[in-house]
Design a protein around this ligand. Structure first.
Ligand SMILES: C[S@@+](CC[C@H](N)C(=O)[O-])C[C@H]1O[C@@H](n2cnc3c(N)ncnc32)[C@H](O)[C@@H]1O
Length: 280
C-alpha cells in the first residue's frame, strides 16, 4: 500500500474509480494506460467499475483522501494551509488513516498525535506513516481525550466532529488546546447528504435521506446533535461559542459545497474550569 500511494498516477486512477463508484463528481479522467495498469495489477476489475475484494473499498477510500489532501489538494484540502503548523505540536481527532496528519507534517509540524476509535484505520495509518518519527497514532475517543489541559498548539478535526455529539467533542478538543492555540475544523454541510440522494444509487440515497430525516427530527424534538449529522454555519458558531472558542475565520459554504469549515482560536484568558459541558 505505501508503494501504491507513492505512485501519483495510480492514486489518480483509484480516486477516479472510487468517485464514479460512489456517484461523486469526477473532474479529470485518468489516461487509459493508468486504468489498464490498475486492472493488470488486480486492483480494479476489468470493467473498471468496482474494486477487487483483495484491494477493498477501505483502501480505495484512503487513495481518494490521499489524492484530495496530499497529492492534489482540492479547495477543502488547501484550506488547511491557512493554519501555521511550523514547529507546532498538533492533535488530529478522528485521524482515520492519517492523511491529514501527513499534511500537517508536510506543513512543518514538529510533533503530531492522531487519535481515532477505529483500530483498523489506525493500523493502516501506522503502515502508511511508518518511518516518520514526528507522528504517533493512538486509539482514543474524541469525547474523552486522554491528555492534560492546554497541551496542543493546534487541534485538527477533519470530518469527524459531525459524526458524534459535536458539543461534547468540541469542548473536549478546546480543553486540550493551549490558550492562544488554533483549531482547524472541516465538517459536512447538508449538501453532502442531499447530493447522495441525487446520485440515484439506492444505498447512497437511503443513507443521505436517513441522516437528513434524523436531523430534522432532532431539531423538532429539541434534542442535541448526536450521531452522524451535518452542521450549518450557525450551528458551528453556536458550538464554538459554547466551547469558548473565538472564530478567526469561517469558511462559508457555497451552493452545492459538501463541506465547510472554520479556524477557531482559544483566547489566552480562558481558564479550564470554565470549559466543558454539553450544549444545544
Ligand atoms: C470521515 S473519517 C475522516 C478521517 C480523517 N480525519 C481524514 O480527514 O481523512 C472520520 C473518522 O472519525 C473517526 N471517529 C468517529 N467517531 C470518533 C470518536 N468518537 N472519536 C475519535 N474518532 C472518531 C472514524 O473512525 C473515522 O476514522
Amino acid at each position: 500500500m505505501p508503494a501504491l500511494l507513492a505512485d501519483r498516477a495510480l492514486v489518480d486512477g483509484i480516486d477516479y474509480v472510487f468517485r464514479r463508484f460512489h456517484g461523486i463528481k469526477v473532474e479529470a479522467v485518468p489516461p487509459d494506460s493508468c486504468l489498464e495498469e490498475l486492472v493488470r495489477r488486480g486492483i480494479i476489475l476489468p470493467q473498471r467499475t468496482a474494486f477487487t475484494e483483495a484491494f477493498g473499498l477501505a483502501l480505495a477510500y484512503v487513495c481518494y483522501e490521499w489524492r484530495r489532501q496530499v497529492f492534489c489538494p482540492d479547495a477543502w484540502g488547501r484550506y488547511i494551509e491557512r493554519v501555521d503548523f511550523r514547529d507546532k505540536t498538533v492533535l488530529d481527532v478522528g485521524c482515520g488513516t492519517g492523511t491529514t496528519l501527513r499534511r500537517c507534517l508536510d506543513l512543518g509540524a514538529k510533533r503530531c498525535i492522531g487519535v481515532d476509535v477505529n483500530s483498523a484505520s489506525l493500523d493502516l495509518g501506522r503502515i502508511l506513516l511508518a518511518g516518520e518519527p514526528r507522528v504517533e497514532m493512538r486509539m482514543g475517543d474524541g469525547r474523552t481525550l486522554a491528555f492534560e489541559n492546554d497541551v496542543f498548539d493546534v487541534v485538527v478535526c477533519r470530518v469527524a466532529l459531525n459524526l458524534m455529539r459535536a458539543d461534547e467533542m468540541l469542548s473536549e478538543m478546546a480543553r486540550v488546546l493551549r490558550p492562544g492555540g488554533v483549531m482547524f475544523l472541516v465538517v459536512h454541510h447538508a449538501w453532502y447528504y442531499f447530493s447522495m440522494i441525487l446520485t440515484g444509487k439506492p444505498k447512497r440515497m437511503r443513507y443521505g435521506a436517513i441522516i437528513l430525516a434524523c436531523d430534522v427530527a432532532r431539531q423538532i424534538l429539541g434534542r442535541p446533535t448526536g450521531g452522524e449529522t451535518f452542521l450549518t454555519r450557525r450551528r458551528l458558531k453556536r458550538l464554538a461559542a459554547h466551547a469558548h472558542l473565538r472564530p478567526r475565520e469561517f469558511w462559508t459554504p457555497r451552493t452545492f459545497d459538501a463541506y465547510f469549515g472554520a479556524i477557531l482560536e482559544k483566547p489566552a484568558d480562558v481558564s479550564p474550569d470554565t470549559m466543558g459541558g454539553a450544549a444545544c
